[in-house]
Structures are given as C-alpha cells and as structure tokens.
Write a protein that binds this ligand. Structure first.
Ligand SMILES: NC(=O)c1ccc[n+]([C@@H]2O[C@H](COP(=O)([O-])OP(=O)(O)OC[C@H]3O[C@@H](n4cnc5c(N)ncnc54)[C@H](OP(=O)(O)O)[C@@H]3O)[C@@H](O)[C@H]2O)c1
Length: 273
C-alpha cells in the first residue's frame, strides 16, 4: 500500500509536551494534521504548542494525567468537541524502571503499569467509536524492551508486552470497522534533559544524557517512522538493525538470545543509566 495523505486529519498524541511525543506531534503537523497535545505540566505543554504553531495554528493542549480513570474520556472528548472528529490516536506516554525483580518495591509495577498500560487503554476505549467513523489509526509506542524480558527492567518490559496484546486484540475486534492499529518498537533514542525513570524503591531517578552515544536514534527519526506507519497503515515496525535481529532471533532461537544476554550482562548494567 502507498502512503495515505494525512492532510486535514486530527491527531491526539499522549505525552507530547516533550521527547518523542512532541517530535511525533511536530512531524504530523508538517503533514497538515491538527494536533491535540497532552501532558501533566501546562508550562511544558505551552512550549510544545509554540513549537507546533511554527508549522500551523491548529493545535490545542489538554493538561491531564492520562493514567487516571476518566482522563482518557476527557482527552478524546475535548479533541472531538474542538476539531469535530478524531483520525489518529498515538499512545506514547511511557516510563521505564530500574532494578531487578528481587529488589523492587511492588509499587514500581503499579506505577509502571499505570503509566504504560492504563495511559494507553484509557484514551483508546473512548477513541474507538470515533475512529470507527473516520476509519482512523491507533498507534502504540512500544520499545525493544517489549520484545523479551531483559534484566533490571522487568516492569517496563512486561508493561510494553501488554501493549502488544491490546494491539492484537483491537486489530481483530475492529478489522471489520477498518481501524488501523500500529505497534512501533522503538530502540534507544535521544532524551530530553531531566528525563526520569522509576528506581527500585519507587522514587524517580534522572537518566544520564545520551548525546553522542553510539546507536542512539534521534527523536525526529522515530517520529518519521511513526508517521510512515500511519500513512502506510502497517501493524508492526521495529526500529534499528539490532531491534530487527533481536525480534527475529527471539521468535526462533529464544535460548540462544538468553545465552547472549547472560554473556553480556555488564552491558545491560551500563545501559540502565
Ligand atoms: N527514549 C527512549 O530511548 C525510548 C526507547 C524506547 C521506547 N520509548 C518509548 O517512547 C515513549 C516516549 O518516551 P520519551 O523518552 O520521549 O519520554 P519522556 O521524555 O519522559 O516524555 C514523556 C512525555 O509524556 C508525558 N507524560 C508522562 N506521563 C504522563 C501521564 N501520566 N499523563 C500525561 N502525560 C504524561 C511527559 O510530560 P509530563 O512529565 O509533563 O507529564 C512527556 O511529555 C515512551 O512510551 C517510551 O517507553 C522511548
């Protein structure tokens, strides 16, 4: 299938006040898409809005914690009330964790699942009836950590794997309604300053900068892949050569993958930063 024009479409991108979500909003705006930005901090949202307004003025912000019950309904309803329809929902909100299972406070799993699974399910439930009308798209932003469980990030890995199950179910349920469902497995990407992850004790820790590090993708590149996924109405896209290899090997030779990881445990320790 060729690329579908996105001009005149309306998109909600959760967690789009900074990082990859903001880059996706900017990339979609360049395609002529009206944008609904979301985040928990109004100042950050205002900055992101200014960035989109350099492209066009069809942008609004909805400040809410999308992991909370009711927030998804409010976000989608605000988008439809303002722009008259919904064509695209990008479920981008997500947070990572650090710490082996034997060390983490159980609250870590609750926080990570709230952020990564409930933040995606909440808006999706209200969005589906709207997307049936427009034969629109739902895209879930996953991670290479969602392909197999890796050490020190079990809550993150399991929450991203749960997204795959949700995406697969919706594809079957909504096939007859022509809703496109995308699932993008993102590799290690540049981060904004002060990006946080959840530590083993449940507190937030600031991640080290990744500027200049080998194998780190730009946010703009990831955003371009997401736009292409929507235009081509594809299901799964896995970023990076390593990601594609990992996905192939995990499906066919999982025990070999385990052996390779065990031999390289020190590299996983380093990457947790
Ligand atoms: N960066 C990477 O290397 C990488 C790799 C693979 C996958 N990913 C995935 O890509 C997605 C984006 O990652 P990122 O690195 O761009 O993250 P980020 O820099 O931490 O940005 C997260 C965005 O979501 C907002 N947000 C967080 N929790 C929210 C909530 N509960 N309700 C509403 N908004 C919320 C944040 O704004 P506020 O804090 O102001 O609310 C911010 O706009 C995530 O799903 C992540 O798992 C990232």
């Amino acid at each position: 299938m060729g690329r579908v024009s996105l001009s005149g479409k309306v998109a909600v991108i959760t967690g789009s006040s900074r990082g990859i979500g903001k880059a996706i909003a900017i990339d979609l705006a360049k395609q002529g898409v009206s944008i609904v930005l979301n985040g928990r901090n109004q100042e950050r949202l205002n900055e992101a809005k200014l960035a989109v307004e350099k492209i066009h003025t069809k942008v609004i912000t909805v400040c809410c914690d999308i992991s909370e019950k009711g927030a998804g309904k409010n976000l989608i309803k605000t988008a439809v009330d303002h722009f008259g329809k919904l064509d695209i929902l990008v479920n981008n909100v997500g947070v990572s964790n650090r710490g082996n299972v034997g060390e983490v406070d159980p609250e870590v799993f609750e926080k990570v699942f709230a952020s990564n699974l409930f933040s995606a399910v909440n808006p999706t439930i209200t969005a589906i009836p709207e997307l049936r009308k427009t034969k629109g798209s739902i895209v879930f932003i996953s991670s290479l950590a969602g392909i197999r469980g890796i050490p020190g990030m079990s809550a993150y890995c399991s929450s991203k794997m749960a997204l795959r199950a949700v995406a697969e179910s919706i594809r079957l349920e909504e096939k007859a309604n022509n809703i496109h469902v995308g699932l993008v497995f993102v590799g290690i990407t540049q981060i904004e300053h002060n990006k946080e992850a959840i530590s083993a004790d449940g507190s937030m820790q600031i991640l080290e900068k990744r500027d200049g590090k080998k194998g780190v993708q730009s946010m703009e590149y990831v955003a371009g892949v997401v736009t292409k996924n929507i235009q081509k109405r594809k299901f799964i896209y896995t970023l990076t050569g390593i990601g594609k290899l990992n996905s192939f090997m995990q499906a066919r030779f999982p025990m070999l993958v385990e052996k390779i990881i065990l031999k390289n445990l020190h590299k996983f320790e380093e990457r947790r930063q």
